[in-house]
Design a protein around this ligand. Structure first.
Ligand code: EPZ
Length: 420
């Protein structure tokens, strides 16, 4: 398993280009199953999760061709079940359920596993599909759904932690071919859900209200092929903004959507970070002494849970007490112990982490555990004195395109160690 070796203490300077959003492209790729015509998807990030999704679509019978960051997918003839092992390995694959059910009226996927950040239930996905008329059997590790007919209806999709992003994607993708009108209440408002809705509408779907908690979907008979450019990854952009603040450098982030990042920009400014919006670019540097902040993760447009670990890394450098409360996932603090190995002083009180910041971090070998925790450890290594080796960085490669190369271009002393 590859590792990253980082020699910290170098202020990062220069320009970085943001890639397409992982959490937009996965449901969009799944949605290409809804038509037998070719779809062209541009600005696709080069990530292992995306490669996985391509293989899953191929295992279902779709033709997938990749040229650079452009995917052409044609699901001419497909079957209702794919490669169990592939589907089991990636939680995001759950988003093929809705499109398969809509296209074939039956689907079978492996039950997605939990992961370090939580049990990741799919009860809301199943609630929505049942509401549309699906019969569902969950056994032997499979989720088997079938529906001779899909009938539009009203569905409340809110759960114990608020809306569900991929749940909304699944139900929306099933409802576009249902008979009649479907209203989804407490729908997720994330930009990635809006991007999917825009793609579905380009395919001929009739979805209104994307970006709001109420979606109105008028079912159509069939969908046609479409072309689409994936939105920039707001989480990647936030990660580089925090890298600038942590290393006391100055980074210009190009090809972003600052309007998708209001909560992050607001919180960084409160923390003493200078963030200048210039169209689709952000110029980020420290604006003087860092200030401790309190952060609570919330559904969009609140502070994103996918930036919680990276914000915690910044607060480790910030003199004072910061409180970071995770309201979306039940155990998204796997980075706390590893940050502690770098000298951070963090204690956990229920859903909150209390960060006593201000001490200089010192490099050490650390273990990546989930995608965003890995990013936080890389950021901490960039700021720490001495060397930090981040192991198991396959987690990182799932969600960040060439992050070591992008950081190196900004002046970081970072190298990838391929395990022999
Ligand atoms: C998506 O996961 C993202 N993944 C996650 O990003 C992101 O953290 C999450 O949304 C929240 O924004 C992709 O889009 C591929 P949820 P998703 O359903 O859809 C509970 C990353 O690092 N819930 O919105 O699986 C759930 O347990 C990843 O890029 C139910 O209770 O998340 C959680 O507490 C990590 N029942 C909350 O809702 C359900 O049926 C939000 O989960 C579904 C979810």
């Amino acid at each position: 398993m590859d590792s990253l070796l980082i020699k910290g203490g170098v202020p990062l300077h220069g320009d970085v280009q943001i890639s397409g959003a992982k959490n937009a492209v996965l449901p969009i790729m799944a949605a290409t199953l809804l038509t037998n015509e070719p779809c062209v998807i541009r600005h696709v990030p080069d990530l292992t999760d995306v490669k996985f999704m391509g293989k899953i679509l191929q295992s279902l019978g779709a033709e997938v061709t990749i040229e650079g960051d452009t995917f052409t997918v044609q699901a001419r003839r497909i079957k209702g079940h794919g490669d169990y092992e592939l589907i089991r390995k990636m939680r995001g694959s759950i988003c093929i359920l809705g499109p398969l059910l809509a296209r074939l009226r039956k689907a079978e996927v492996s039950q997605p596993g939990g992961c370090v950040i939580g049990t990741r239930p799919i009860d809301l996905h199943l609630k929505g599909l049942r509401a549309l008329g699906a019969k569902i059997v969950v056994d032997e590790g499979y989720v088997r759904v079938q529906a001779p007919r899909l009938i539009g209806t009203e569905i409340f999709l809110g759960g114990r932690a608020g809306p569900t992003v991929l749940g909304t994607a699944n139900i929306m993708s099933a409802a576009v071919l249902a008979e009649g009108v479907t209203i989804i209440e407490s729908a997720a408002c994330e930009p990635e859900v809006t991007d999917l809705a825009n793609f579905l509408n380009a395919m001929g779907a009739k979805i209104q209200g994307a970006g709001s908690p109420t979606l109105t979907i008028t079912g159509v008979k069939e969908l046609h092929g479409a072309e689409h450019e994936v939105i920039p990854d707001r989480i990647e952009a936030a990660t580089f903004a925090i890298a600038a603040a942590m290393t006391n450098g100055e980074i210009t982030i190009h090809g972003a959507r600052p309007d998708h990042m209001n909560a992050v920009i607001d919180k960084l400014r409160e923390a003493g970070v200078k963030v200048e919006r210039r169209g689709t670019s952000l110029v980020v540097k420290r604006g003087g002494k860092l200030q401790p902040v309190d952060v609570t993760t919330l559904p969009y447009a609140g502070f994103p849970t996918d930036v919680q670990a990276q914000m915690m890394a910044l607060m480790c450098l910030t003199p004072g007490i910061s409180i970071i409360t995770e309201r979306i996932f039940e155990s998204r603090f796997s980075h706390v112990a590893e940050l502690g190995r770098l000298g951070a002083d963090i204690s956990i009180e229920g859903p909150s982490a209390i960060v006593k910041g201000g001490k200089r971090l010192s490099g050490a070998p650390v273990m990546a555990s989930d995608l965003r925790a890995s990013a936080a450890l890389v950021l901490a290594g960039l700021a720490a004195k001495g060397s930090t080796q981040v192991n198991r960085i396959y987690h990182l490669d799932r969600g960040y395109e060439k992050i070591d190369q992008k950081l190196k271009q900004l002046g970081a002393r970072i190298s990838r160690i391929q395990e022999t």
